[in-house]
Design a binder for this molecule. Structure first.
Ligand code: ATP
Length: 359
């Protein structure tokens, strides 16, 4: 398998399972995706959406039920995993406990018939890249979780794979280490100049690491876009909810207003940003708690709210409040008490207006 490539192309890749009742479950439906060399792609979605299935199909650990995978002009979904030669990093590290760090990293090379001294030289190089020099002769059990994951990464990259597949590699680490390792994995990715496909259910991880994010739900891709695009312009309400737009309320479409649209319900009128064309006057409005502000008297896009619960968070507070369009969450600075009446505002660019969800 060549180490350099221009693109990996997934063409309508599908995978189904049969459940205990003999019915088919579509774990992955017609995934189309082209990954360019040098790209860092995150597959993002809630548990069970088909992320691991997609990764396993690409790695060759599971057969496809339909579609094909190409590395440039070569069709690879017909090849066994070792012939594809992709590097894999798992959540649980999967290191050999009785082997030294150096031997763990060199193992794959030896299996591929690389001579011992060459294998050790390349293993040392990989350990240098993941900054584990000095730990070569320790056993995995003598390392911290973060260090063990670095060994796993070194083991994946030492075979010089065209593509590195990572399945929730940071899930077993504590918050502080997780954030450090995000930057570390990005650095390693940039130095290698290969492609990385990274599976996660953590939006922050995907937003901070990826060049492009593939948002999945129930086996179906919902959006493929840059982190900024996914965050500011979620393609539909599923993506919006997953990206933290916790408040979704029913409104009626009044008409266009400049670049925006006017929507209203129960005496509240907001100017929002249309996310697509509309099939009817029934629309859903998505608002992030973090985009709420306290409104000055007479401000536009403002509405009244009655604070029903306050969760103090230091720099800001998370409020649950009753409004004319239902209970909403708001995260804003300042101190609040239950029962307080306040006026809130959301800028028109942060009021996302979608077609109403089918009831
Ligand atoms: P998680 O983050 O929890 O691993 P995921 O997004 O990676 O979730 P998958 O593991 O890809 O999701 O699973 C997708 C769907 O396929 C789920 O409905 C799951 O129950 C089903 N599934 C996965 N593996 C099998 C299997 N071996 N047999 C039957 N169903 C399976």
């Amino acid at each position: 398998m060549k180490h350099h490539f221009e693109q990996l192309r997934l063409d309508s890749v599908s995978r189904s399972f049969t459940n205990a009742q003999g019915q088919p479950i579509a774990a992955l439906q017609e995934l189309d995706l082209t990954i360019q060399r040098g790209e860092f792609i995150a597959l993002l979605g809630p548990s069970g959406c088909g992320k691991s299935t997609a990764l396993n199909c690409i790695a060759g650990l599971q057969p496809l039920s339909g579609g094909g995978i190409w590395l440039d002009e070569q069709r690879i979904d017909v090849l066994p995993p070792e012939k594809r030669g992709f590097g894999m990093v798992f959540q649980n590290y999967a290191l050999f406990p009785h082997m030294s760090v150096l031997d763990n990293v060199g193992f794959g090379l030896k299996m591929r018939g690389v001579g011992k001294s060459e294998a050790m030289r390349r293993a040392r190089e990989a350990l240098q890249l993941v900054q584990l020099v000095g730990h070569e002769h320790k056993l995995p059990g003598q390392l911290s979780g973060g260090q063990q994951q670095r060994v796993a990464i070194a083991r994946a990259i030492v075979i010089e794979p065209p593509l590195i597949l990572m399945d929730e590699p940071l899930s077993n680490l504590d918050t502080k280490l997780r954030i450090e390792m995000r930057a570390e994995i990005r650095r390693i990715h940039s130095q290698l100049e290969r492609a990385t496909l990274y599976v996660t259910h953590d939006q922050d991880e995907a937003l901070s690491m990826a060049d492009r994010i593939v948002v999945m739900r129930e086996g179906v891709v919902q959006q493929v876009a840059t982190p900024k695009e996914v965050y500011t312009r979620p393609h539909n309400l599923h993506v919006a909810r997953f990206m933290g737009y916790r408040n979704v309320a029913d409104f009626t479409l009044e008409g266009t207003q400049g670049d925006g649209v006017a929507v209203s319900t129960n005496g509240v009128r907001l100017i929002g940003t249309p996310m697509a064309g509309f099939d009817s006057k029934r629309v859903s409005v998505a608002l992030r708690p973090e985009d709420m502000e306290r409104a000055a008297p007479g401000a536009d896009n403002a509405f009244d709210a009655l604070v029903s619960a306050v969760e103090y968070g230091g720099r800001d507070s998370l409020l649950l409040a009753k409004t004319a369009f239902g209970d909403i969450w708001a995260r804003i600075g300042g101190e609040f008490v239950e029962g307080e009446r306040i006026s809130l505002r959301v800028p028109p660019s942060r009021v996302l207006v979608y077609d109403a969800e089918a009831a």
